[in-house]
Design a protein. Sequence first.
Length: 235
Amino acid sequence: MNAEVVMHELEALGKERMKKMYVSNGAHEPVFGVATGAMKPLVKQIKINQPLAEELYATGNYDAMYFAGIIADPKAMTAADYDRWIDAAYFYMLSDYVVAVTLSESGIAQEVADTWIASGEELRMSAGWSCYCWLLGNRKDAEFDESKISNMLELVVTTIHAAPERAKYAMNNFIYTVGVSYTPLHEKAIEIAKAVGPVEVKQDKTKSKFLSALDNIQKDVEKGRIGFKRKHVRC
């Protein structure tokens, strides 16, 4: 199945309601409005195909870019490839849910995510912190350097309130993910969440939104979900 056929298939799966939802979150034309679940039959046919993924991602079509992330071969991509993908990720649903997710299944995930977090660029930062959330929520605790994750929590305390808006979301989610999915630092994550307090995120055309990692951690404590790990990251 080549790129032209896949694009035709995706267009046929598009729904106006989904398109409006994607656009309201920041997507722009070209976009078909394909529900992620509707892509699964195509994914089963194609499986992993990095050359096709590259072609689809380069179209600039939101649905094709999302699909590219599902069929990409994360371990075949270099740091330069991931930089190229994040350069083309023009809003958070691409940076955090396509590029960061794909990166999290590679062997260079932390190395690349670290450079993005340090970049000072909103969507790179958001993708970097999000990548760690996907990693911590899926991989065994023993695969991480506890002192490094601890230092990252300390970095959040001192920088989150002045960070770019989308980065605030990802950094707040990082505290929450450490608190729930990385048990060695569960207690520290709670302390950090208390020190950070509510995080104000300014939204276009609407009132500010306030995020609370502490509230979300406490909800999962009550549900007995501490230590939760996802079986899979990508669809």
